[in-house]
Write a protein that binds this ligand. Structure first.
Ligand code: TXA
Ligand code: MG
Length: 317
């Protein structure tokens, strides 16, 4: 049996046997297991080498199934779910007792979303349990946006990878915690803050001090092996030997650097395109023989905020 394919039935069978399966979503690939089985979920933590205090997101196929996993579904959650599901939004709500504690890493809340990818929606429709799925990368590394990325890094740890092509959004979901009908953004992601505000009004942003609320917001994350320098690329080019440098720029190309060592997120300055390319370009540079990756912030608006957040943390790695 090939490890990668489009066989949804195969994925279903393996998940029912509590095996791990790589699944496509519109954001990034997930490392999925039966979210109601503590044994299956334990395999996720082991495969990713994920700290046991970092909770997982449950993926469901419809809102009715999401409601079974939580104690209540407040008005703001309802409004956001109706506006953005299926899509790159995770809601953190009070957890129901049917969800094993290992999924939420002992917290009394649980992250839930409906992913917007036809293969995963089809798969979820065939299962009578939710899928726990973090991004399918070793803990701390860049998230995968193709099935091949998952194969490269976790190929020996998954039973199967459902290949849904390149992820449309390319960065992870926006995470919003709703508590007593107050909304707090725990992670910037695929849905812009501006769009969230259009639906529920002002939202709080989790400050750095509350980082424990979302361990994935740990400062060093999304970190390639190579050294990443974030700042003005033209200025930084003067400081390092040209033959050791790779470039990840927003829209400009640079002279004196061979084209195979520079990647432009979006020549047309389109933040959606930039988000879609971000992780795969970081990987390409990381796999190349460059030693230093020079990169820069993109405009701090819309998806740019989530992209800059990833770049800052990659640079801390
Ligand atoms: O787009 C996504 O969200 C992808 C795809 C596969 O759905 N998943 C993803 O999962 O990014 P992961 O595990 O890489 O990141 C989930 C983040 C972590 O930072 C975790 O700490 C946070 O969600 N999280 C999960 N449950 C939480 C909870 N109950 N309270 C606070 N943060 C939570
Ligand atoms: Mg992750």
């Amino acid at each position: 049996m090939s490890k990668i394919g489009k066989d949804v039935e195969q994925a279903r069978k393996l998940l029912m046997q509590n095996e791990l399966v790589g699944i496509p979503t519109e954001t990034v690939y997930g490392l999925a297991a039966n979210g109601l089985s503590a044994d299956a979920v334990l395999k996720i933590y082991e495969a990713k080498n994920r700290p046991s205090f970092n909770p997982l997101i449950l993926h469901v196929g419809n809102i009715a199934n999401a409601k079974k996993l939580v104690l209540d579904f407040p008005e703001k959650a309802k409004a956001l779910a109706e506006a953005f599901w299926p899509g790159p939004l995770t809601l953190v709500l009070k957890k129901a007792s049917i969800v094993p504690d290992i999924v939420s890493a002992g917290l009394d809340s649980i992250g839930i979303r409906i992913p917007n990818h036809p293969l995963s929606i089809e798969l979820l429709g065939l299962l009578d349990f939710p899928l726990a799925a973090p991004s399918a990368n070793p803990s701390g590394y860049v998230s995968p946006t193709t099935a091949e990325h998952v194969l490269q890094q976790l190929g020996d740890k998954v039973a199967y990878i459902l290949d849904g092509g390149k992820c449309e959004v390319g960065i992870e979901s926006t995470i919003i915690k709703i508590e007593q009908d107050e909304a707090t953004v725990l992670r910037l992601g695929g849905i812009e803050l501006e769009k969230i505000r259009e639906v529920i009004g002002e939202v709080k942003l989790a400050g750095k001090s509350s980082a424990i609320q979302a361990p994935g917001m740990m400062s060093s994350h999304y970190a390639p092996e190579k050294k990443i320098i974030l700042g003005n690329i033209s200025e930084n080019l003067k400081k390092y030997p040209l033959d050791k440098i790779g470039i990840l720029s927003f829209k400009t190309s640079f002279e004196n650097i061979p084209s195979e060592r520079q990647f432009i997120l979006s020549p047309s300055e389109d933040l959606k395109e930039a988000a879609r390319n971000l992780f795969s370009y970081l990987r390409k540079l990381d796999e190349s023989d460059v030693e230093i990756i020079l990169t820069e912030q993109v405009p701090e608006e819309g998806l740019g905020k989530a992209i800059n957040d990833r770049l800052r943390r990659a640079a801390l790695g």
